[in-house]
Design a protein around this ligand. Structure first.
Ligand code: ADP
Ligand code: MG
Length: 483
């Protein structure tokens, strides 16, 4: 019997997202990634005696944005606490965090479940805290190097309830978080650079039991795929322990990406004793209703809302609607196009097909696309009016129009002699030629093999070098073949 029948998997995720502010949470040091080590380290970052931190208003704004996007309750009376522990890359000997009053409480994140339907994952809280510096262990044989540039960078920690039930759901959840933080413009979501980091808490319990099992925590997994792999590995490992009649040790573990396994880094002490107390250097901060409402008013329409709108109001398929609401810039572009045409489906096809491919081939993002929505609509109309077929229009005209945005789609089509021929007398000549060339096929067709029509249309298109209007050709062929 496999573990699937015996145990329920329960997962809680803690995601740290580095906020995309220019400066640190409590001082003006730059947060830029990749600077020379230890160059953005003022006395405040270094925790020198006598220095006074000051809260970054933008970081507070960003945390609230995320909270509102996740339907959290926003805490009005906030304070920062000192979480005391020693770590070489924590110069003050404490981390400034939030303790009993996280800025955002509760809330939900909607994810796609294993059967394709959607469900809300319950959040416990989102709180603000500062990041530590970086210990680099592999630069020197004897010493650990410390870079304090990252120390003091603002983070939000997004903590779920134990409300995720498979590795795939965890994957979907982190994907959703990354999409949301990018959408809101509060974090670049770049996991390789450590802007988004995930700790996964995993436990198993006997199927149907309502008591949670002992958890293990896999720290700092640095890609979404690895979150899934780490959980898959842990589930197998925990199941084997339980199967052997042993009990699980509460443990902190780390993921080894070189072989997709995890290893223990420490046994979790019974209760952490961080000696939290309110930071006496930072005044508690009160958020007014107006401050919060102003942030709410500035929030962009959220991806889930857009997806629903695309399906319900524009009649797009769930797949297209989802793809178009993956990224704010793409949906903005699509929205502009829909103000210029009613053919929403065609607009979606163009953006998700040839345009996306062209951008990919040229390593560009949609923000860098020089084809303004008006120009895309010109292309779309050429196809809609039967002047050029879609494949010719997207492969030949679109690239030229992108490069030459002063021209028009029609002018390019004319200059390349690509306009479809819908003049029947010219089409009739090609049709007769094809009929004469394939007497056997004509007989087969006339005996009932109607599927051959596609072959004849294809031959006419070939003769016309792609310019014959396929709709008219089909009509004319059907008539000609009846004789
Ligand atoms: P800590 O501060 O030690 O990391 P928390 O109580 O804040 O502990 O919980 C951290 C995360 O662990 C949360 O996402 C929570 O949902 C999850 N969690 C707690 N207990 C379990 C459990 N038994 N199984 C799976 N996840 C759990
Ligand atoms: Mg934890």
């Amino acid at each position: 019997m496999s573990w699937i029948e015996k145990y329920d998997v329960v997962i809680g995720l803690e995601v740290h997202a580095q906020l995309a502010t220019n400066t640190k949470l409590f001082c003006g040091d730059s947060t830029v990634f990749g600077a020379e080590p230890n160059t953005h380290v003022s006395p405040i970052t270094l925790g020198h005696p006598g220095t006074l931190p000051k809260t970054n208003r933008k970081a507070v704004n960003y945390a609230i944005r995320m909270g509102l996007a996740c339907s959290c309750e926003i805490e009005k009376d906030n304070y920062f606490a000192r979480k005391n522990y020693f770590y070489p890359d924590l110069p003050k000997g404490y981390q400034i965090s939030q303790h009993t009053t996280p800025i955002c409480k509760g809330g939900v994140v909607r994810i796609k479940t294993d059967d394709g339907s959607f469900r809300n994952v319950q959040l416990n809280r989102i709180h603000l805290e500062e990041d530590a510096g970086k210990s680099i262990h592999d630069l020197d044989d004897l010493y650990t190097c410390i870079d304090l540039n990252r120390a003091g960078t603002p983070l939000i920690e997004i903590v779920t309830e134990p409300d995720i039930f498979s590795a795939e759901e965890a994957y979907q959840y982190v994907t959703e978080i990354r999409k949301l933080v990018r959408w809101l413009g509060i974090c670049d979501g770049n996991m390789e650079e450590g802007s988004l980091r995930c700790d996964a808490n995993i436990s198993l319990k006997p199927k149907g039991s309502n008591k949670l099992g002992t958890r293990v925590e896999v720290k700092n997994v640095n890609s979404i795929r690895n979150v899934k792999k780490a959980i898959e590995f842990e589930v197998e490992r925990l199941a084997a322990i339980l199967d052997a009649g042993k009990s699980v040790q509460q443990q902190t573990r780390s993921f080894d990406a070189s072989n997709d396994t995890t290893f223990a880094i420490r046994d979790k002490e019974e209760a952490n004793d961080y000696r939290y107390f309110p930071d006496p250097d930072l005044a508690p901060f009160h958020l007014t209703e107006t401050f919060i409402n102003n942030i709410a008013a500035e929030l962009p329409v959220l991806p889930n809302e857009l997806q629903e709108k695309y399906q319900k109001e524009l009649g797009l398929s769930p797949y297209d609607a989802h793809q178009l609401s993956e990224e704010l810039a793409t949906s903005n572009y699509f929205n502009s196009v829909t103000e210029l045409t009613d053919n929403y489906k065609a607009a979606a096809n163009w953006i998700l097909g040839p345009i996306r491919q062209w951008l990919h081939e040229h390593h560009l993002s949609i923000e860098e696309l020089t084809l303004v929505p008006e120009k895309l609509v010109e292309l779309l109309k050429l196809v809609d009016t039967g002047k050029v077929n879609f494949s010719v229009c997207s492969s030949k005209i679109m690239p030229l129009l992108i490069q030459n945005s002063n021209s028009t789609a029609l002018a390019i089509a004319e200059s390349l002699n690509l306009l479809q021929v819908s003049d029947t007398s010219e089409l009739e000549k090609w049709i007769q030629e094809v009929i004469t060339k394939m007497p056997d096929k004509v007989t087969e067709y006339q005996k009932g093999k109607k599927g051959l029509i596609g072959l004849f249309v294809g031959e006419v298109k070939k003769l016309s070098k792609g310019k014959a209007d396929p709709k008219i050709v089909t009509d004319l062929l059907e008539k000609a073949l009846q004789k």
